[in-house]
Design a protein around this ligand. Sequence first.
Ligand code: ADP
Ligand code: MG
Length: 354
Amino acid sequence: MSRAAEVRFERVWKRFGAESVAVRGVSFTVPAGTLCTLLGPSGCGKTTTLRMIAGLEYPSEGRVLIGGRDVSALPPAERDVSMVFQSYALFPHMTVLENVCYGLTVSRRPKREAMEAGRAALDSVGLAGFEARLPSELSGGQQQRVAVARALVLEPSVLLFDEPLSNLDARLRRKMREEIRDLQQRLGVTVVYVTHDQAEALAISDKIIVMNQAVIAQEGTPRELYASPASAFVAGFVGEANRIPASLRRLDDRDAEVSIGKARLVLPHRGLPDGPAELALRPEAITLLTPADPAAMLEGTVSKAAYLGGVMEYTVATPSGEVFVVSPSAGFTPASGDAVALSFGRHGAALLPG
Ligand code: ADP
Ligand code: MG
């Protein structure tokens, strides 16, 4: 793969009929050579967005640019893009090599050249030696690799994946997502990757675009989204978050004093006004203490305690509501019914509109 291209959406809309809007004025840029994930719940418009990059759907309004070229009205074959489908879409009666070479044969590449390219693509996904098998003779993970090889053989400058791992079991999903990331880095190709699985998105992405109800809720690096969710939706969808009522008083143009009961904390106000707000607090950013501990910020009673091996999961009833806490299973491990105190700092805490 020689080149990678930037993908750009400019105020793109997609309507299906008069009633349904699948994509509502969306703009974003995927820099060349990066892996960008479209993350969001089912029905939010991810697949439609991907299909508009591929040329399988055309925007109702707005422009799609690939490598700076307006491709909005071009058919798929003229976009230099290939797509790996959720279902793999392999031809059952063709061998692995024939499946992989199919696109090249269609574009009338000489047979010997096509076969050579197909072998190289299979080699790059770790399937050298499987050329003569039928898809039915492969495991789910191997079929997935064939689907990736079939996309790679066309040497596209943009590679699209639509929930490629949803048919695999949890262990294989983790392995395959790492393989896709490795391949992307090795080839330096631009990848747009659709998933509803936040762990998958956090693990492999340079950038995540979170979609909700046909619009972009927030975009950023995995760290930016996890540390500074812009809304309750993003806080809850990218990782887990407690939402604790708080009140905010600005100290300067950057920071605010945040009050939760008697506790005080200084956090970036991110433009929010003085008054009621919400604190998004990550479960693993909370420390459990004995009630008398001088660092106590919020008191409560453990209502549930579950041992999960490496970590404990607690639900703690507090005057600010139930708080979910994940903490190491070594050390202080109170039981259900015990009085405890919670403390937390700036890390893993973000202000949201109240
Ligand atoms: P996602 O991939 O995030 O689950 P989709 O892009 O598939 O979401 O769908 C977004 C919305 O557009 C949904 O409400 C869906 O029903 C609608 N939609 C998608 N494709 C079509 C179509 N071909 N005709 C009518 N409505 C569609
Ligand atoms: Mg979809």
